[in-house]
Ligand binder design. Sequence first.
Ligand code: PLP
Length: 346
Amino acid sequence: MNTIVDLRSDTVTQPTAAMRQAMQAAPLGDDVFGDDPSVNALQEKIAGMLGFEAALFVPTGTQSNLCGVLSHCGRGDEYIVGQLQHCYRWEGGGAAVFGSVQPQPLEHQADGSLALADIEAAIKPDDPHFARTRLLALENTLGGKVLPFGYLQEATALAKRKGLATHLDGARLFNAAVAQAAGGDARKEARRIASLFDSVSVCFSKGLGAPVGSALCGTKDLIARARRIRKMAGGAMRQSGMLAAAASHALDHHVDRLAQDHALARRLAEGLAGLDGVQVEAPHTNILFVDLVGPARGKSAGLVDALKKQGVLATGLYRLRFVTHLDVDAAGVDRAVAAIRSCFRG
Ligand SMILES: *Cc1c(COP(=O)(O)O)cnc(C)c1O
């Protein structure tokens, strides 16, 4: 009854009982020697699912993106990226700090995409004045939005035509795939999206519900380079098969159920529809943004705390973010709706 409804992020999930069993039963070895059967099995599974030669299990999505960008780019190179993308804005500038790789950030369009004309204009000619443009990095989903498949085709084709490599930050790739498949084969859809890119990063610790871990997928050569960077970054783990087993379990059991999270985000949006002072963006996947508008913006300062007092956790100030996941159910969403509505009445 008094349990907290934690909508801050889909990273807050606890491993299920079945996942804990899979972790406990996992055969283990030393992955730095390449000996951990559970890590090897996971890497083969995710590479196979997404149609790549190889994959690398890493502790975090941040490290996965770092290994990806630094496997494509060297010192004095640059990558084209969106202002709001995780691998530009939310990773401490790691590619620049550790790799001397310069980001070239672009503004997003309203649908989350980067305009093709902006990408093209940002690609530098071969001239000693400029950093060498090497890579286009995109993110899907971006803030919960699914980038249209046709757009991804065009953007990656442009990059290829211009000699750039392509990286997808697919932390929530499976959310995009499930939404896009609309009841059809989400794995096939994930593979279709991934097929457009030279490398793809996916997170197991978000909607998939594993406690820890991400994977970078690419060619054998790229993954060999990434393995070296992972070691330098301190991310080469030992008996990490316990974590890999959780991720593997998530891939087997938690992909299709993402549709439930998406339905709950819609339920939350519908519950807030018509509420004075808020503007609710229809969610594509499991992330709902609620903007405070007009005089309601005056309530922003205490709002997250007021919700917390009612057992509902969210993030944001003028733009509140609610994320649905494995550990939220319809009753929890309804409690969140009631709590939010009561804050606006008061
Ligand atoms: C969460 C996230 C990451 C990084 O994941 P961590 O495991 O928290 O480092 C990267 N990209 C996107 C789009 C994310 O949402």
